[in-house]
Write a protein that binds this ligand. Structure first.
Ligand SMILES: Nc1nc2c(ncn2[C@@H]2O[C@H](COP(=O)(O)OP(=O)(O)OP(=O)(O)O)[C@@H](O)[C@H]2O)c(=O)[nH]1
Ligand SMILES: [Mg+2]
Length: 416
């Protein structure tokens, strides 16, 4: 956020619509850029766009349009210009020189929001890594000044003193971060192992940013998580236990939201976080059904899942926010469920679907537990879905029948 005491930055958005981008997509991209800017704490004053067959290598927009921009910035007290199109280092410098205020692009804006949101040590390191990854090629031979005194959108993340030091420092810092991230990853691996051997049913939430993942996690677990009408409210994976039909054996994990054209630096940096998804038993793909671009959103998510090579986890598409729908809704992904995360009856319906998906992918088992093995009994209750308990008087033990999660090993074995 912008520090208190300072007024929000006044932002002008600019964008070039090239021939291959249709009007509707361009409109949505500019709208999303505006939402991202507000999320970063800026105020969007105006936007100036241009249709061109291809972007101008020197200044992005044509000469006349550039004059319009310069005039607008001067007469409306603009602090910052944000470009929808990716800017090469030299275009970026040219624009700043011509316009006379700071100019950043969508990637820098998203990196900035991530820097603002990162809470955990791991999240912070991942963002720092992504920012250096972005900065490094921009320093080489460009004589680009890295001093970004004054603060504001696009300047958050690695501290200023660090930005002012040289490439060698950045390289060695990147090396150190990589090393530390590997440690964190090992730790995560151990927790994951425990979760898998615990044989709980792990439900993963994935989806476009602002789809309602955190709201759903809260609704399923009746706990408070950070839910905000902002893009990228959640950066760190968060796992909570929850119950279905009185059974304790479920966990749900919230993940970072996806976005169209997520900067590659960030995809790279958050790979290990995103890879948590791979270890889930069932995925809930949350889609904001009330969003006009929901179709592009869900395709973006599916493409990322494909990139992560996630093929064999059952996915239930959860079309959310139906309470906001004003038009008839045609689902495009199957199987699906249409809900409002704010409707308790819908949450119950969703739990039933999760329950059947888990059972479908589990194995039935029977086991006998002696009356003095109370600990064992509760272990089964915690980690499996017990559907019947009978006391066998003749043999003096409890007969349990239930479903348990297949371990990843069992799943591997099945393939052969
Ligand atoms: N009307 C309505 N609003 C909803 C519903 N579900 C979520 N929202 C709102 O949508 C906004 C975004 O919800 P979040 O749960 O933060 O979304 P998210 O997917 O976690 O977003 P990121 O963490 O940014 O990726 C919040 O303002 C929620 O209150 C719903 O079913 N109906
Ligand atoms: Mg969230």
């Amino acid at each position: 956020m912008i520090e208190t005491g300072t007024d929000p930055e006044r932002v002008l958005l600019i964008g070039v619509q090239t021939r291959e981008v249709i009007d509707e997509s361009f409109f949505n991209l500019m709208k999303e850029l505006s939402a991202l800017t507000e999320t970063a704490g800026g105020t969007v004053i105006h936007q100036i766009t241009q249709k061109l067959s291809h972007i101008d290598n020197r200044t992005l927009v044509g000469k006349g349009k550039l004059e319009d921009i310069v005039l607008y910035v001067e007469s409306h007290d603009i602090d910052l210009v944000i470009s929808q199109n990716e800017l090469s280092p030299s275009t970026n410098v040219n624009l700043e020189q011509e316009i006379g205020v700071r100019v950043i692009d969508r990637t820098q804006l998203i990196l900035d929001i991530f820097a603002m949101r990162a809470n955990s040590r791991e999240g912070k390191l991942q963002v720092e890594m992504a920012q250096y990854d972005y900065l490094l090629p921009r320093m080489i031979g460009k004589g680009l000044s890295l001093s970004r005194q004054g603060g504001g959108i696009g300047t958050r993340g690695p501290g200023e003193t660090q930005l002012e030091t040289d490439r060698r420092y950045i390289r060695s810092r990147m090396h150190a971060i990589r090393k530390e991230l590997r440690q964190v990853e090992k730790h995560r691996e151990r927790t994951r192992q425990r979760r898998i051997s615990g044989r709980e049913f792990n439900i993963g939430l994935v989806g476009y940013t602002n789809a309602g993942k955190s709201t759903l996690l809260t609704a399923l677990t009746s706990h408070d998580t950070y839910v905000k009408d902002q893009l990228f409210a959640t950066l760190d994976p968060l796992t909570r236990k929850f119950k279905i039909n009185g059974h304790d054996a479920f966990t749900v994990t919230d993940t970072v939201g996806f976005i169209e054209d997520l900067p590659t630096q960030l995809v790279h940096a958050f790979k290990s976080t995103l890879e948590e998804i791979r270890y889930m038993d069932v995925l809930l793909h949350v889609v904001d059904a009330s969003h006009p671009a929901f179709n592009t959103h869900e395709q973006t998510v599916m493409a990322l899942l494909k990139d992560l090579e996630i093929y064999d986890i059952p996915i239930l598409t959860v079309y959310n926010k139906v309470d906001r729908l004003s038009r008839p809704f045609e689902p495009t992904l199957f199987p699906n469920i249409t809900i409002s995360a704010k409707d308790e009856a819908d949450i119950e319906k969703l739990k039933e679907r999760i329950w059947s998906l888990c059972i479908d992918n589990a194995e039935e088992f029977t086991v006998n537990v002696a009356p003095d093995e109370g600990d064992l009994l509760s272990l089964y209750q915690q980690n499996t879905l017990i559907t019947s308990v009978d006391f066998n008087e003749e043999k003096n033990y409890y007969e349990l029948i239930g479903y348990r999660n297949k371990t990843k090993d069992d799943k591997e074995d099945e393939k052969y």
